[in-house]
Design a protein around this ligand. Structure first.
Ligand code: HEM
Length: 225
């Protein structure tokens, strides 16, 4: 088992498992976040955020998610370093360009941009809600909860720069997924021309949903307020 974990295919395997897990998280996160634009009173979003923050199952999944992120990044650094050692620069530049997509050649840089976005994002919301606990409380349907809506909507209403950073983050994430989705399936053995085309198609649809879905939220606040 320890040989598998340290082997090149073992590392790719863990990259794809953690990648699958992160993609599931993105879908759930996007669904809850879209409540921001369907109810300007903020009650729906506050209830969604409260559910995510208090549901025992989600509380168990949260540390697993954090570990998933860290492993995904650690394996990315290791695999990129191994690839750089294994291939001379000229070969990479001449032969790879035509056979691969721009996203696949720039996964590491895209990943770094997403990580930088995430650090800012965690400071914006998670930190204030969970660590500083500096967000006010509201009553919704008889239950007391953090006013996450005022925090998120406040940021998007008050700063065009943040709106643009969030749109940029969503687009970079979408581009990362155009290759990441297919690559995760390929590592699990779903290859062959027909499957490649199908999975690439579904991956592109998924990437577009994530990029547009997350961008719509700051865009809504730019246009509406
Ligand atoms: C419009 C875009 C987004 C909004 C409004 C938003 C909102 C939030 C909020 C309010 C939290 C804190 C939740 C809580 O602790 O109760 C949070 C946490 C988090 N967000 Fe986002 N998010 C957005 C985009 C993204 C994107 C694109 C990613 C991934 C690259 C992401 C990844 C995370 C992670 C990893 C956490 C910490 C885990 C958690 O609390 O669930 N978010 N987000």
């Amino acid at each position: 088992m320890s040989n598998f974990v340290s082997s090149s295919i073992g590392k790719k395997f863990f990259m794809s498992i953690t990648g699958f897990f992160l993609m599931m998280f993105l879908l759930v996160h996007l669904s809850i976040n879209l409540l921001l634009i369907f109810d300007d009173s903020g009650e729906l979003f506050n209830m969604g955020a409260h559910f995510m923050g208090t549901n025992p199952l989600i509380r168990i999944v949260e540390p697993i998610l954090a570990i998933g992120f860290i492993l995904h990044m650690a394996y990315a650094v290791y695999l990129t370093w191994q690839n750089m050692k294994a291939r001379p620069v000229d070969y990479k530049q001449v032969n790879q360009k035509e056979a691969s997509t721009w996203a696949s050649r720039n996964m590491f840089v895209l990943g770094l941009l997403i990580t930088s976005f995430l650090v800012l994002h965690i400071m914006n919301f998670y930190w204030k809600l969970k660590i500083e606990k500096s967000v006010g409380l509201v009553m919704v349907s008889g239950a007391e909860m953090h006013d996450a809506y005022t925090l998120v909507a406040g940021l998007f209403k008050s700063s065009l720069a943040y709106d643009l950073v969030y749109i940029f983050g969503a687009i970079v994430l979408g581009i990362h997924l155009t290759h990441g989705f297919w690559s995760a399936f390929q590592t699990m053995g779903w290859s062959g021309n027909l499957w490649r085309k199908r999975i690439e198609f579904v991956g592109n649809v998924f990437a577009i949903i994530i990029a547009i879905g997350f961008s719509i939220i700051p865009l809504y606040f730019i246009i509406r307020f």
